[in-house]
Design a protein around this ligand. Structure first.
Ligand SMILES: [Zn+2]
Length: 215
């Protein structure tokens, strides 16, 4: 066979194999994609971008329950991706950032009503410190219910793209240690405050604190 025909055949084969690999990857990614809902405050008082009214939140949770969605935790998601753990049909992760007191007053009773799990990302220095935020007693009660899982949203919500590498590490590791001490569980997930660009992340991102970074 002419050498150019052989080369052309090899190139075509490479293109076909690459195409098959890309298609497989896209199909695998779509199959394993898990939607993540992110909330902050749930109340009828604060009219701001972080607030969802209680009746709207209830309607959204009812929709999930009525349409056979199954709530999972970030840990379940990573277990599925890394270890092949089977996920339920229509998995969804419900998250709350900051740890507001209304998550206990308003969201938690609704999650209980529909038997839905949620994950609250706590600013560990704010817990039990400011009246608008959860107390440790409330956090413990919710954790003991088995419906609410806690993870980290740093020590004090510093914008991590403007802190020094040392302070960035302190925000991440200090929060992890404080939450693990208070809640007696492993903290493996971090929600970045204010969606920073993370230009400093190379200083600490290789350290084994986080299995996944949620937006
Ligand atoms: Zn936040």
């Amino acid at each position: 066979m002419n050498v150019w025909i052989k080369r052309l055949a090899l190139i075509l084969l490479a293109v076909i194999l690459a195409g098959a690999a890309i298609c497989t990857y896209i199909m695998y990614s779509a199959k394993n994609a898990v939607p993540v809902l992110n909330y902050h405050q749930i109340n009828d008082r604060d009219e701001n971008a972080l607030t969802v009214h209680t009746d709207q939140f209830e309607a959204q949770m009812k929709y999930l329950a009525d349409n056979d969605y199954h709530t999972i935790t970030p840990e379940d998601m990573v277990d599925a991706w890394e270890n092949g753990k089977e996920l339920p049909d229509k998995p969804v992760i419900i998250t709350f950032d900051d740890g507001y007191a209304d998550n206990y007053r308003n969201a938690y009773p609704i999650l209980k009503k529909y038997n839905l799990q949620g994950t609250i990302f706590l600013i560990s220095d704010y817990v039990g410190t400011y009246p608008n935020y959860l107390t440790w007693t409330q956090a413990e009660e919710m954790q003991e219910s088995g419906l609410i899982n806690f993870e980290s949203h740093t020590l004090s919500h510093e914008q991590l793209d403007s802190t020094s590498p040392e302070e960035t590490w302190n925000q991440v590791d200090g929060s992890k240690k404080a939450l693990e001490w208070r809640l007696r569980k492993e903290i493996n997930f971090l929600a970045y405050p204010c969606a920073p660009t993370m230009k400093n992340c190379s200083a600490w991102s290789k350290r084994p604190v986080t299995k996944a970074h949620l937006p």
